[in-house]
Design a protein around this ligand. Structure first.
Ligand code: 5GP
Length: 211
């Protein structure tokens, strides 16, 4: 196992159920840390400060971005969202895999800054199911739902830039599929250079001893 954790970016259409999947993943496995974003959006009923988001005014958000306190940020349906740097860096250094539940512009910025990050895209099995879940959530007005569906259409164009697609049909299967993909990322040869170099060195010593 690597000492430093990896960044796992999870995107998915609004209403794809990725929040539920990630909360369950973090509950099941203690090696994951879920980053909490800053946003200028108002809390939805049932959401809490420091649990779902850190709710900021536009001025506060701008100040965070200007002081480099966010590792990425983006505008999504008229509001700003960003990932606070300090928590991510602390958790990675402590060996945790840090999950960022963010949209596509942020995902692509993370890929540029952290080439080892794993990018997952969670989708419901069909567009109709997505619409049904978004309406069923009952937290947004029709206008916002329409804008979120339009945005989903735009995001769908970028899905092939992600490493893997995870279909969220059934919660348990989706959580386990996500966990397995993260485990696989840890096995990438390029993520294990310390072990590879040790084996190379030892092989050299052994072959020299054989002469
Ligand atoms: P919602 O308003 O439904 O909570 O989130 C709207 C979108 O913003 C979702 O796609 C969510 O993943 C994304 N989002 C949440 N936090 C961040 C963030 O820190 N950065 C970026 N780029 N997107 C985020």
């Amino acid at each position: 196992m690597n000492k430093q954790g990896i960044l796992v970016v999870v995107s998915g259409f609004s209403g794809a159920g990725k929040g539920t999947v990630m909360k369950e993943l973090v509950r099941r496995y203690d090696r994951y840390a879920l980053s909490i974003s800053a946003t200028t959006r108002s809390p939805r009923p049932g959401e809490a400060e420091g649990v779902d988001y850190f709710y900021k005014t536009m001025e506060e958000f701008r100040a965070m971005a200007a002081s480099d306190a966010l590792i990425e940020y983006a505008c999504y349906v008229n509001n700003y969202y960003g990932t606070p740097r300090a928590y991510v860096e602390e958790q990675l250094a402590a060996g945790k895999d840090v999950i960022l539940e963010i949209e596509i512009q942020g995902a692509l910025k993370i890929r540029e800054k952290y080439p080892d990050a794993l990018l997952l895209f969670i989708t419901p099995p069909s567009a109709e199911e997505l619409r049904r879940r978004l309406v069923g959530r009952g937290t947004e007005d029709n206008d916002t739902i329409a804008r979120r569906l339009a945005r989903a259409g735009e995001e769908a164009e970028g899905i092939e830039q992600y490493d893997y697609l995870v279909i969220n049909d059934e919660l348990d299967a989706c959580v386990e599929a996500t966990h397995r993909l993260i485990e696989l990322q840890h096995q990438k040869a390029s993520k294990n250079m310390e072990l590879i170099n040790q084996i190379r060195e030892d092989l050299k010593k052994i072959s020299e001893g054989e002469r």
